[in-house]
Design a protein around this ligand. Structure first.
Ligand SMILES: *Cc1c(COP(=O)(O)O)cnc(C)c1O
Length: 384
């Protein structure tokens, strides 16, 4: 039995007729740029994220770039973020001449460690970007407290966290990813929980001034057409992608619930390995957060040989991320060294993402866990 790391085709096939008619509609109107579907999707996502505004853009990376530009961040400014994230979090900052300033992560959630933020703040700090990694919100209350006290804006990198909720105690209700900071950034890259047929992204905010600025910056800062108030970029969300995303959005809750069910099932299947092998750690849910499991990431001993073994057994896995950002070649000018962020570095060497797409079957999950057990038995690390 093969278990691919993800399976986009079965999801696309199950919606083939609806997606085809959505594309046909765009064909009929020929409104490829800023067609009515873009606005409908913006309204849909704003409502889903509990925000006033949502602005469709060309990708999650551009969402970050435009959020930074809207805050007026530029050369020499410092932006705080974790080093254990997808490249775009830091790339967008560097791209506008600002300086990524890294802060180590929490070893259980892999999200930025809020207790280590304050020591990195200088008069040049112009934003904090917490990343809601793998689909679980970063510990936002202490981050927002620092943001308020120091008047430093927060941009949430919520690319992996559409529909995720921060829920630190039982008395309040959860707050959705993207609505807690000044701006929230989402990606509709095909493997995200809501994925387009290509690149697409969204910026959400409750601030009308920032919303208007992002709206203009995505069309070269022009209003009216050919009169430019700011130097922006061309970063619109294609009508055809919006049309496809509107079809898929109807299934988002169902898909997310399936991911959560699979996470629960993995938890049950792994129980006896975990009680016999302390080094294997399952994803930790902090507080009563709503984790949307864009990825199901475990921490394991002998990670690389395990991944190779699973691959030979027809089981796809992936590593997010094998090299933390402070050690990337392109950031050598920032002068970070091995050992600067030990928690992130350790996570890079020990974590492995298992298949968690909605269409995954129980039999496939049983196969994945059974093969992992076999690997550790073969290595004399597990006797049962
Ligand atoms: C996917 C992702 C992005 C970038 O999104 P794209 O749409 O691929 O540009 C940014 N940050 C994180 C954490 C991501 O996972």
């Amino acid at each position: 039995m093969k278990v691919p790391f993800f399976d986009l085709k079965s999801q696309s096939l199950s919606l083939k007729n609806d997606i085809q008619s959505a594309i046909d509609e765009v064909f009929e109107t020929q409104q490829f740029i800023m067609g009515p579907q873009v606005q409908t999707l913006e309204k849909t996502i704003a409502q889903y994220c509990q925000t006033q505004y949502a602005i469709g853009v060309a990708s999650g990376s551009d969402a970050l770039l435009l959020a930074l530009m809207a805050l007026g961040i530029g050369p020499g400014d410092e932006v705080i973020m974790p080093p254990f994230t997808f490249f775009a979090t830091a790339g967008s900052v560097s791209r506008i001449g600002a300086i990524p300033v890294f802060v180590d992560i929490d070893s259980d959630t892999y999200n930025i460690d809020p207790t280590k933020i304050e020591e990195k703040i200088t008069p040049k700090t112009k934003a904090i970007i917490p990343v809601h990694l793998f689909g679980q919100c970063a510990d936002m209350d202490p981050i927002l407290q620092i943001s308020n006290a120091k008047q430093i804006p927060v941009i949430e990198d919520a690319a992996q966290a559409l529909g995720s909720e921060y829920h630190p105690n039982s008395s309040s209700t959860g707050r959705r990813a993207g609505q807690m900071g000044n701006l929230g950034c989402f990606s509709f890259y095909p493997t995200k929980n809501l994925g387009a047929f290509g690149d697409a992204g969204m910026v959400v905010t409750n601030d009308p001034t920032l919303a208007e600025k992002v709206r203009l910056l995505r069309v070269h800062g022009s209003q009216p057409k050919y009169y430019h108030k700011w130097i922006g970029i061309n970063s619109r969300l294609d009508t055809i992608q919006a049309a496809i995303l509107l079809v898929k959005f109807r299934y988002l809750e169902k898909w997310t619930e399936a991911r959560q069910r699979h996470a629960q099932k993995y938890g049950e299947l792994f129980q006896d390995i975990c009680s016999n092998m302390e080094a294997l750690k399952l994803p930790a849910i902090q507080y009563q957060n709503r984790h949307i499991f864009n990825q199901y990431v475990i921490r394991v001993p002998k990670r690389d040989p395990l991944q190779k073994f699973l691959s030979e057994e027809g089981i796809g896995t992936d590593i997010y991320y094998p090299l933390p950002l402070h050690l990337q070649e392109c950031f050598s000018f920032l002068n970070y060294r091995q050992g600067d962020f030990p928690v992130a570095e350790k996570a890079s060497g020990e974590t492995l993402a298992l298949p968690i797409y909605p269409e995954l079957t129980e039999a496939q999950q049983e196969r994945v866990v059974d093969r992992i057990k076999t690997f550790y038995r073969n290595h004399g690390m597990l006797w049962r």
